[in-house]
Design a protein around this ligand. Structure first.
Ligand SMILES: [Zn+2]
Length: 299
């Protein structure tokens, strides 16, 4: 098995990743915002921004935040697709949304735009509940997001494509948009190999190999969902899916014939060792990884 193939598989199949930063254990959002390392803003301005989720804000408050220097916006790109018999179809979107939120808080002076809830999931379509966009549809949605966010006044737009099937189209679209909008920083964390290395390193610490940790609804993703949405995780249905080698041959099968050709229950990996505690650790590691990648790409 080539590691790269395994990485690609994990990237294409799902892999929503999240960060954990429980507001309830760390005080109010106002105080969260004060943890920002951004030195460009006076601290007095920070306190007037009560939420960073634009979906929960009014337009005057968004306008005011942007005027106070909240000129970066983060958008997660999720999916609506089967995640085995034990996880909900919103898994990637839920994880992506949380991740974007936590990244936005840690970046500082950053708002969060509505997560794109549907992605490119063709290979999951034979499982009921999966909704898939055509590549061109997702491209158009991303371009429209960018146009709209620029109109709002943002000058740095960060996309987090956390569902594997979205990575290639997000990457290509951001490149296209950057050419069209030279004065705006358009950033996407699209180095999936590094991201998966981060995940696998955490799995290894738990004594869980990459095949169990899994590309889709395996131990890692299940652990993260246990940390975030324990009431939506059906533990008595935990069962291994495909846990063999995942090389070029397996990739070809999945993309040409769909997931059921390799896994009858829709799982790649084994969720049986999943736990919320491990989910928290995955989230922390991934948050840090994403922050570092975003900083590297920032001017
Ligand atoms: Zn997923």
């Amino acid at each position: 098995m080539k590691m790269e193939s395994s990485h690609n598989l994990r990237m294409y199949l799902c892999c929503a990743i999240v960060i954990s930063l429980y507001l309830c254990t760390r005080g109010t959002l106002g105080s969260q915002l004060n943890i920002s390392n951004n030195e460009e803003m006076p601290s007095t301005a920070v306190d007037s921004v009560k939420s960073i989720r634009m979906a929960e804000m009014t337009w005057p408050d968004i306008k005011s935040a942007i005027e106070q220097g909240y000129t970066t916006v983060v958008v997660a790109v999720g999916s609506t697709e089967q995640h085995g018999p034990h996880l909900p179809t919103m898994t990637d979107t839920r994880i992506g949304d949380e991740l974007a939120h936590r990244v936005a808080i840690k970046l500082g002076h950053t708002l969060q735009a509505r997560t794109i809830p549907v992605g490119c999931s063709r290979h999951h379509l034979s499982f009921p509940g999966t909704i898939s966009l055509r590549d061109e549809t997702l491209r158009m949605i991303i371009l429209d997001y960018i146009d709209s966010l620029i109109r709002s006044g943002f000058n740095r737009i960060v996309f987090l494509p956390l569902h594997g099937g979205n990575f290639p189209i997000v990457q290509a679209t951001l490149k296209e948009a950057q050419i069209a909008h030279q004065g705006i920083e358009i950033i996407g964390v699209t180095d999936v190999t590094k991201l998966l290395d981060c995940m696998n390193a955490a799995s290894a610490e738990f004594g869980i190999n990459a095949n169990e940790s899994g590309a889709h609804a395996g131990e890692s993703e299940t652990s993260i969902m246990m940390a975030l949405e324990k009431n939506l995780v059906i533990k008595d249905r935990f069962a291994p899916g495909y846990v063999g080698l995942t090389g070029e041959k397996e990739l070809k099968i999945i993309f040409e014939q769909g997931m059921p050709a390799l896994t009858k229950n829709g799982v790649l990996g084994d969720p049986r060792k999943a736990s919320a505690d491990k989910g928290e650790i995955y989230l922390d590691r991934l948050t840090e990884f994403l922050i570092q990648e975003i900083k590297k790409q920032s001017h």
